[in-house]
Write a protein that binds this ligand. Structure first.
Ligand SMILES: *[C@@H]1O[C@H](CO)[C@@H](O)[C@H](O)[C@H]1NC(C)=O
Ligand SMILES: *[C@@H]1O[C@H](CO)[C@@H](O)[C@H](O)[C@H]1NC(C)=O
Length: 524
């Protein structure tokens, strides 16, 4: 009996496994598949990657749901299909791309959860704007949590073009429809041209009240789609960051507490709507994110505002009570520009000891924005293995400019980006950027190998001063002449070591960016 059960179970598992709706693709089947299907989401993954494993069940679920809409989900194992993955510029895992045929490829920018994938791909499958009639409009309004419908006259080409442009820009985020049926506009109580945003929460809909102009409609979409007091989580985080409005976080550990605090602060959220978005966040699951806002991570409930555009943090005193009155004053002061941002910084080093300049948040501007110099900055994390491997080379590099008397033109510097707030968006460690003399607003991110020679070339080619130093690698090598045979062997092992280094570099780089993602809560 027991055996039979085990057998039956095994069979069931096998059946489930073979019934996957995710298509496994190889270099032989890939282009045929994307040619044969109008819309394909492809995942490029590695079996060892933790985020890929976490995505797998969500991806399966989304594939099954999307099957009926004829949207295909596929996956490619990059440890088996290295060339294929490389040809699509895959650098980290998982990478998700949307294919409309083999040549029309776009990065997937939604969250990695089944409902988010379904919603995102459904939007991709529709024209940027769906033309609606009295027969289709009701159904359309309920297709997503947020949909926008424009009402304009059939001959109003200008409004049509304006609206379509907004829709094309924001199609990944919202569903857009439009109708030229005057009766529908009348039923809705709007005068044409107008836009109505329908939502499955709060007051159910918002009407656009300004002049019919692209930028204003875009702002309206981003503002009106945000719930009065929403919830920050993996599905919503990117939307909050993209909205361009400061975000007020209400951290609390239990759902009951989040509800109570939402009720308490609802009036404030209404008052500051459009200027500050309010959202609760589960402090049990995402408490570490409090650290990113310079709040203590072991004391909840707590409150902080983040200026998402400039990435500045305004933590509310954790000893203070969270009441409508006290928070009301804090938010009003923030809106008036009377709250100083909190900046996490190590102390400024008393003396710069080595050739590599140590940057902390407090001396960042002095060093990085020194307009006279080309400044190469390494953003590192103490736990990052590749940063440790780079350190001795980076020291040598910095020494070369000092020895050549070029340190008045070129600064080689580094910053522990986990201990200092930096204005830059850092995706992984190490990240190396060059801030050119005379142009500090467009730093060039380094993407070459982490060798001294290549870094020298980078500083020369991309720096304003075109400063160049020479590096004699030979000087570093043992002076003993190896015999011919040994020399050959040495070359061989060097080659394979180099190969290995690249491979580890790749996998560790993606692991590091995964770790970075977790650290910076991109994964939220
Ligand atoms: C907007 O213009 C397009 C292209 O001319 C047309 O197909 C569509 O029906 C127009 N939309 C409305 C609501 O009239
Ligand atoms: C200079 O920067 C550009 C743009 O990022 C890059 O393509 C190029 O490879 C850089 N030069 C060197 C020598 O790294």
């Amino acid at each position: 009996m027991r055996n039979f059960k085990a057998l039956a179970l095994g069979a069931a598992v096998a059946a489930v496994a073979s019934a996957s709706d995710v298509e496994v693709l190889t270099k032989d089947s890939f282009s045929e598949f994307v040619k044969g299907n109008d819309l394909v989401l492809a995942e490029f993954y590695a079996p060892w990657c933790g985020h890929c494993k976490a995505l797998a069940p969500e991806y399966e679920e989304a594939a099954t749901t999307l099957k009926e809409k004829n949207i295909k989900l596929a996956k490619v194992d990059c440890t088996e299909e290295a060339d294929l993955c490389q040809s699509y510029g895959v650098e980290g895992y998982p990478t998700l791309k949307v294919f409309r045929g083999p040549d029309n490829v776009n990065a997937y920018s939604g969250a990695r959860k089944a409902p988010a994938i379904v919603s995102y791909m459904t939007k991709q499958s529709m024209p940027a704007v769906s033309t609606l009639t009295k027969d289709t409009i009701q159904d359309f309004k309920t297709q997503d949590k947020v949909v926008l419908v424009a009402y304009f006259a059939a001959d109003d080409k200008t409004s049509n073009t304006t609206y379509t442009e907004v829709a094309e820009k924001l199609r990944d985020s919202y569903l857009f429809g439009a109708s030229n049926d005057a009766d529908l506009a009348k039923d809705e109580g709007v005068t044409v041209p107008s836009v109505v945003l329908y939502k499955s929460f709060d007051e159910g809909k918002s009407v656009f009240k300004e002049a019919f102009e692209g930028e204003a409609i875009e702002k309206f979409a981003k503002t009106a789609s945000i719930p009065l007091i929403g919830e920050v989580g993996p599905d919503t985080y990117a939307g909050y960051m993209a909205a361009g409005i400061p975000l007020a976080y209400i951290f609390a550990e239990t759902p009951e507490e989040r509800t109570t605090l939402s009720e308490e602060l609802k009036g404030l959220a209404e008052k500051h709507r459009g200027a500050v978005s309010f959202a609760t966040i589960d402090a049990k699951a995402f408490g570490a994110h409090a650290g990113n806002l310079n709040l203590k991570t072991d004391q909840f409930p707590s409150f902080a505002i983040q200026d998402t555009v400039n990435n500045k943090k305004f933590p509310y005193d954790q000893e203070g009570k969270i009441t409508a009155e006290l928070i009301g004053k804090f938010v009003a002061d923030f809106v008036a520009g009377d709250v100083e941002p909190s900046i996490k910084s190590e102390p400024i080093p008393e003396k710069q000891e080595g050739p590599v300049q140590i940057i902390v948040a407090k001396n960042y501007d002095d060093i990085v924005l020194d307009d006279a110099k080309d400044v190469l900055v390494e953003f590192y994390a103490p736990w990052c293995g590749h940063c440790k491997a780079l350190a001795p080379k980076y020291d040598i590099l910095a020494g070369l400019y000092v020895d050549a008397g070029l340190d008045s033109k070129v600064t080689i510097a580094k910053v522990d980006a986990t201990a200092n707030d930096v204005p830059d968006e850092i995706q992984g460690f190490p990240t190396i950027k060059l801030y050119k003399a005379g142009d500090k607003t467009n730093p060039v991110t380094y993407s070459g190998s982490r060798s001294i020679e290549d870094l020298i070339k980078f500083v020369k080619e991309n720096g304003t001063h075109a400063a160049e130093v020479t590096y004699e690698e030979e000087a570093e090598k043992p002076i003993v002449e190896p015999m011919a045979e040994q020399a050959e062997a040495a070359t061989e092992s060097e080659e394979s070591a180099a190969e290995e280094a690249t491979e580890t570099a790749k996998s560790e780089a993606s692991e590091a960016s995964e770790a970075a993602a977790t650290e910076s809560h991109d994964e939220l």
